[in-house]
Design a protein around this ligand. Structure first.
Ligand code: CP
Length: 305
């Protein structure tokens, strides 16, 4: 299977490439739970994580994924780097590139930042989230979790709820789910529903109950308060009442429907706190699968060809 140098978005992958990565992740997951978490796929390769925005899951799982595959994994701490002296993104990554880096994993608050880096370094660039644009590895781990729990995503109804406007996860999930044959519906306050996804065939509702009705997967999204400069809804109380996913609302979904959330969770706001439990939602499984999928992504892109 042929892949480009970089993984910049789900937009750039076709269904066969997505399936290839997910299949490879199945094997990688076995390594995570083995006694010897040390494969040699990336032995001798150097992977640098570079996060201009905060992260727990993505950064840590990329670091573990690289280490489980035998790579030399390093993290550049942006807050104590020469970025604070004004060094540009291109100069920073050029500098690290000539240290012998084979792969950059980059998160940045500006959409398109990983794309800019990819044009200026010969190392592979993996987008770990760029502004409100894409978060491709989150989408891949979401697909992996859906396949694991349902066998297929084709014909399944996925309801994405809440702060869609600011969500790079919603965009990457939508691009991929439509390629994989799923139905995607969204619901949230009108102020947090973007128009760009509607044109792809996504149904938008302001009534959450309509979106959740008969859904196979219900995915509330984190309210990204750090990106909200304007007042998008009256209060947290009203938000949770009208748009929060809770046990009562889940009765509208298909029997056995899965609750997923990319994390971190605002407990009691977009998701009833009791539903953030291993027997109620797939959130912990998503986190585990994130390591497996990132191992598969690193192996696929760094060892391409
Ligand atoms: N889902 C996600 O990207 O989580 P982190 O911000 O913790 O990496």
């Amino acid at each position: 299977m042929k892949f480009e140098k970089d993984l910049l978005g789900i937009k750039n992958l076709d269904a066969d490439q997505i399936h290839y990565i997910l299949k490879k992740a199945e094997g990688m997951k076995k390594i995570i739970f083995s006694d010897c978490k040390k494969a040699t796929n990336l032995a001798g390769k150097s992977v640098m994580t570079l996060f201009y925005e905060n992260s727990t899951r993505t950064r840590t799982s990329f670091e573990l994924a690289a280490k489980y595959l035998g790579a030399i994994a390093s993290n550049m701490a942006v807050s104590s780097s020469s970025v604070k002296k004004g060094e540009t993104l291109i100069d920073t990554t050029r500098t690290i590139n000539v240290m012998g880096t084979d792969c950059f994993v980059i998160r940045h608050e500006n959409a398109g930042a990983p794309h800019l880096v990819a044009q200026n370094v010969d190392a592979t660039v993996i987008n770990a989230g760029d502004g409100m644009n894409e978060h491709p590895t989150q989408a891949l781990l979401d697909f992996f979790t859906m396949y694991e729990k349902m066998g297929t995503v084709e014909g399944k109804k996925v309801a994405i709820i809440g702060d869609i406007y600011h969500s790079r996860v919603a965009r990457s999930d939508t691009y991929g789910l439509l390629k994989l044959g799923a139905e995607v519906v969204m619901a949230g306050p009108r102020t947090l529903l973007p128009s760009d996804l509607e044109s792809l065939g996504v149904k938008m509702y302001t009534d959450v109950d309509k979106a959740i009705k008969d859904a196979d997967v219900v995915m509330p999204l984190r309210l990204q308060l750090e990106r909200q400069k304007n007042c998008f809804f009256p209060s947290g109380y009203e938000y949770s009442k009208y748009f929060g996913v809770n046990e009562e609302r889940m009765k509208l979904a298909k029997e056995g429907a899965i609750i997923m959330h990319p994390g971190p969770v605002n407990r009691g706001l977009e998701l009833q706190s009791a539903l953030y439990a291993p027997d109620k939602s797939a959130i912990d499984e998503q986190v585990t699968n994130g390591v497996a999928v990132r191992m598969a992504v690193l192996d696929t892109f760094v060892n391409r060809g």
